[in-house]
Design a protein around this ligand. Structure first.
Ligand code: KE4
Length: 454
């Protein structure tokens, strides 16, 4: 797991007195001062920055410092902050009210856009977060198959539903154990946790438990251990084994949906899941998630079927407006080739910057999702970068080195993910000049990190 640095990170020279005061206040009111632990800077040390506003590719903190934003709200802001079309759509919906607790035609409109974008989705149900989407998809798979067991992979994150907050057991292909207090052993025992990208473990698990497995849930491209683009045969094995054993294959595309292609990761890999979960971009920065897939599965959901799932704010008019405008913009302007080009330049530049600093590293990228894994040792001492293919290799990263890199970049106005084990995201608002500026800052910072260790 991430090891927070003991010593103060390398560079924290900018004045952040207002964020410091805001954090002290928040800590009196909110657990850890944040409403989600991903924001808490626990993995990089120091205190979180309190943001005043965002515009385009930039964030401004309450001390007035402006940053190039590579978090993008952890994925949703592919169009950048305050995109005019999204803001106009929200304003227009706002003029009609905020929530009715009754169906609206706009929800059917967004459903049509999702179904048009993702051919494997024949029917879709909207909820208010990615967690709700994955929780509901798991319940649906269990309800539709009458089976209890689910299978997930170490290093994949699917939100905070109890059955998904489970770590690998003592040995491969074993029953899960809770990885959070409050998750019961009874819940965890029905979750199998395997190594990602390991076809033989997958085959073993199905040989042993196939008839009991309701679903396999996976990130088809992983963002939650840092970026891992799986071997094609691994995705094919998951598809073939679930088909053979009557299990449901769920692609968790909360992060990759509409990010890696308009049709998500499944459009790139050409593998069709039975269900897909969505979040982040599909809500355009407002709270919206969705789960969808084969109509024969979705028709098990109440009131069409008997699997219960509900939500006061599901399909909320403002979130639907923001999501619909975002998807329309992505479909009409298809930014993916530009994102690919800029992502390739960023990845190459980061790899060269690490090499120039004598630091072993590997850069993993798909489209506009990327991770620079800083790895132990020094190139001069014979260490080399190594591929990251699963949690076992991702977790060998040098998290202290990453923490120093993070803070050095913050002080140069570049806001990277506050954990080695998160992917960075950039938007259509990031320019070629922004990428070049980022690479100059990375070269300086990585050289500083290396020099600091000497
Ligand atoms: P939310 O409940 O946070 O909307 O979605 C959960 C979720 C489900 N599936 C995948 C693949 C996800 O990446 C996520 C959420 N991602 C994290 C970032 N790694 C959200 C950040 C946070 O929790 O604050």
């Amino acid at each position: 797991m991430a090891v927070p640095p003991k010593e103060t990170p390398l560079l924290m020279s900018l004045n952040r007195s207002k964020s410091h005061a805001a954090f002290a206040r928040a800590c009196q009111l909110i657990p850890g001062g944040v409403n989600s632990p991903a924001r808490a800077f626990g993995a990089v040390g120091g205190e979180p920055l309190f943001i005043a506003s965002g515009l385009g590719q930039h964030l401004t903190d309450i001390d007035g410092h402006v940053y190039l934003d590579y978090i993008g709200s952890w994925g949703p802001m592919i169009l950048g902050h305050r995109h005019p079309r999204v803001i106009a759509a929200i304003d227009e919906a706002l003029a009609r009210g905020t929530s009715f607790g009754a169906p609206t035609e706009a929800e059917s409109g967004l459903a049509e856009q999702i179904i048009d974008a993702v051919p494997s989705i024949e029917k879709v149900r909207m909820v208010s977060s990615g967690t709700e989407a994955t929780m509901s998809a798991i319940r649906l798979a269990r309800g539709a198959t009458g089976r209890d067991r689910i299978l997930k992979f170490a290093g994949n994150y699917h939100g905070h539903g109890d059955s998904l907050l489970v770590a690998a057991g003592s040995a491969a292909a074993t029953l899960g154990v809770p990885n959070s207090p409050g998750v019961t052993a009874g819940t965890a025992k029905d979750t199998l946790v395997l190594e990602y990208n390991d076809c033989s473990q997958l085959e073993e698990a199905f040989a042993a438990h196939g008839q009991d497995i309701a679903a396999v849930i996976m990130e088809p491209v992983v963002g939650n251990m840092g970026l891992v683009d799986p071997a094609r045969e691994f995705l094919l094995a998951a598809r073939q084994l679930t088909e053979r054993h009557g299990s449901v294959l769920i692609f968790d595309e909360v992060m990759t949906g509409f990010r890696l292609a308009y049709g998500g990761a499944q459009e790139r890999c050409g593998i069709t899941p039975d269900m897909t979960t969505l979040g982040k971009i599909v809500g355009g920065g407002l709270p919206l998630g969705a789960y969808g897939g084969r109509a024969d599965l979705l028709d098990h959901v109440l009131p069409a079927g008997k699997v219960f799932q509900a939500g006061t704010l599901s399909g909320n008019p403002l979130a639907v407006a923001a999501g619909s405008a975002t998807l329309a913009e992505l479909k009409e302007h298809a930014p993916y080739a530009d994102l690919e080009r800029r992502g390739s330049r960023l990845a190459d530049g980061l790899k060269h910057a690490a090499e120039a600093a004598g630091l072993p590293a590997t850069v993993a990228r798909v489209g506009s999702m990327l991770t620079l894994f800083l790895q132990p040792g020094r190139l001069g001492d014979g260490a080399t970068g190594f591929p990251v293919v699963d949690w076992a290799t991702a977790s060998q990263s040098d998290t202290r080195r990453y923490a120093r890199f993070f803070w050095g970049m913050i002080d140069r106005g570049i806001y990277l993910p506050c954990s080695q084990f998160e992917a960075l995201f950039f938007s259509i608002a990031h320019t070629d000049a922004d990428i070049e500026r980022t690479l100059v800052a990375a070269q300086e910072t990585l050289a500083e990190v290396a020099a600091h260790e000497n």
